[in-house]
Design a protein around this ligand. Sequence first.
Ligand SMILES: NC(=O)c1ccc[n+]([C@@H]2O[C@H](COP(=O)([O-])OP(=O)(O)OC[C@H]3O[C@@H](n4cnc5c(N)ncnc54)[C@H](O)[C@@H]3O)[C@@H](O)[C@H]2O)c1
Length: 326
Amino acid sequence: MTVLVTGGAGYIGSHTVKALAKAGFEVVVFDNLSSGHRELVRGRNLVEGDLTNKGEVHSLFAEHTFEAVIHFASLIQVGESFHDPHKYYTANLISSLNLLECMLEAGVHTFIFSSSAAVYGEPETVPLLESHPLRPANPYGQTKFFVESILRDYARAYSLRFISLRYFNAAGADPEGELGELHEPETHLIPNILRSLLEEGRTLEVYGIDFPTPDGTPVRDYIHVTDLADAHVLALKKLLEGHEGGFINLGANQGFSVREVIHHVEKVTGRTVAYTEGARRAGDVPVLLASRARAEEWLGWQPGHSDLEEIIRTAWAWHRLWHGRE
Ligand SMILES: NC(=O)c1ccc[n+]([C@@H]2O[C@H](COP(=O)([O-])OP(=O)(O)OC[C@H]3O[C@@H](n4cnc5c(N)ncnc54)[C@H](O)[C@@H]3O)[C@@H](O)[C@H]2O)c1
């Protein structure tokens, strides 16, 4: 049973490829290595190519037989999406349209999509249920929202069977130390804190201290990347067994403010985190927190690694290894 994983050389994709291989699936990674890394594919089957090039996607399906597709490949920087929305709409939408067209032409109807909590925008109520209104607050989130709409329409018209997984804040690293987060630029909190401890001259800025939260900094729901990877394997098995698909949040249902995360990093690493307090970033909302009830019910999923200190410990081990400092 061979699964195509687009973006499998990236952070969440590479962890999922490892989980799929452990579960006995054959995997082909398709990635243009724009933000992914050959090292994270770890010798598995990698086809280099760009999803925005329909000819390359077509050739991929002509040369391989896939039972299912998991689609991680995407541009992911919220801030950049404000400055260059055209880049985001073209890359993320054309990639997804090309992929869906070629897979359906090849008779592949099983699809898992990397969506995001960014589809919700500012919550009316937390924890967020999947039925919450979708009002993305940035172009990146809009691209996820549009792809979700496309999936709904394609399911109706072309018998596509899909699960769209809405991740909250992915964090942590492979507990076996083989994989981890390597974004450049890095826009995520935990790796930025850890890198400020390891990289000479790298400073940490906290964006906004006047949010309506207990300590003034934004509260987010951190989910271990290994738990995300496991959820993809469960979702894939469900679809292959013939279960209904749909939209599923993947979060731990635990909120931590930026200051709380810094405190836990200090506890785990035994080091003091220095930071400056800056202005809010456009589109940042005070609190994002997932309901995980549907993931538990539909997938039988439990986030077993998402204790915040386990997240930090695994990420810290990865960054120290990668930076070769200790
Ligand atoms: N990291 C998070 O906290 C988070 C949260 C919510 C959703 N997501 C979504 O999860 C997915 C994976 O995120 P990530 O953090 O692993 O990102 P990442 O940048 O590490 O991985 C994305 C991968 O896609 C590849 N890629 C990008 N455009 C491509 C193209 N046109 N053709 C072929 N390959 C292409 C990149 O080279 C990279 O390997 C993305 O869809 C992202 O939007 C991530």
